[in-house]
Design a protein. Structure first.
Length: 281
């Protein structure tokens, strides 16, 4: 871990190399946006890669990853929630952020959205009573403790509003104690990390890695490491007169001085047509 991430020895590390793995869905609503797994940028907190979120020229639409595995988990059961971001281009305020979809009454419908934004995590930009996590900086890997940070509610529940009105999750739970994370009716995950749904004329481009989450029931933190898919090398062809082993694809040489290099194949973005249900849900 070249950047000294908060990954701990008691964490479970899960590597994600493609859409649909470990509950993660790649979702794009922007016509020229993309979600891809890339090498870099720079030195990611874990491994060599990360997930790239790009809205293209449609900053009012989104590029996001969503996880389905936490459907029905009570909000009060979250005991760890952290991630790393690397911002390349935005409107000066929006780095990759988290949305939790919330159900209040157990009917499975999305009643509210909870937002954690890196731009609201200092005493000047957010709630001075919460930990100062520093201002987000372009072209730099930064870690964010979302569980301890400031959140705002789409519906202003608990008095939580963007900017200096952000507050801890405990403030939200005081107003809605039965809050539960819920997936969308369409099957999209209720734990989301994204760029976009902001100013239409801005371009949002950022990277995410080392997304960590724990529930009280699980008792252990799962950290997701995003990496580009690597295609294993094909067996080298045997040379005339060389020792060979019989294999499923023919004879393979027992010894060779040549090296085979793995090639990186970037995953193609999963495109969701604009206008499905509610684009923010």
């Amino acid at each position: 871990m070249p950047n000294g991430s908060e990954f701990r020895r008691d964490d479970v590390l899960t590597t994600v190399t493609q859409d649909g793995q470990a509950g993660w869905q790649f979702v794009v609503t922007s016509p020229d946006g993309a979600v891809t797994l890339e090498s870099g940028p720079g030195l990611p907190p874990i491994g060599n890669g990360s997930v790239r979120l790009a809205t293209g020229t449609n900053g009012d639409w989104s590029a996001e990853i969503r996880n389905t595995a936490f459907n029905g988990v009570p909000l009060r059961e979250l005991t760890d929630l952290r991630y790393w971001t690397y911002g390349v281009q935005n409107n000066g305020q929006q780095w990759p952020y988290i949305i939790l979809q919330i159900d209040h009454d157990g009917d499975g419908d999305v009643d509210d959205l909870l937002f954690f934004e890196p731009g609201f995590q200092t005493p000047g930009s957010g709630n001075p009573n919460l930990p100062d996590q520093g201002l987000p900086v372009l072209n730099t890997w930064q870690d964010w403790n979302a569980l301890a940070g400031g959140w705002w509610s789409e519906n202003g529940i608990g008095g939580l509003t963007p900017g200096t009105g952000v507050g801890p999750l405990s403030q939200y739970l005081a107003a809605e104690p039965d809050s539960t994370i819920v997936n969308s009716a369409s099957g999209l995950g209720g734990v989301r990390v994204l760029q976009g749904f902001a100013s239409p004329d801005d371009v949002f481009l950022g990277y995410v890695d080392a997304f960590s989450i724990q529930t009280r029931d699980a008792g252990i933190t799962t950290t997701f490491n995003f990496e580009p898919f690597l295609t294993p090398p094909s067996p080298p062809r045997p040379r005339p007169g060389g020792l060979a082993l019989a294999g499923a694809r023919g004879s393979w040489p027992l010894f060779t001085c040549e090296k085979s290099l793995w090639s990186v194949h970037r995953s193609r973005p999963f495109i969701v047509p604009g206008g499905f249900i509610d684009a923010r849900r």
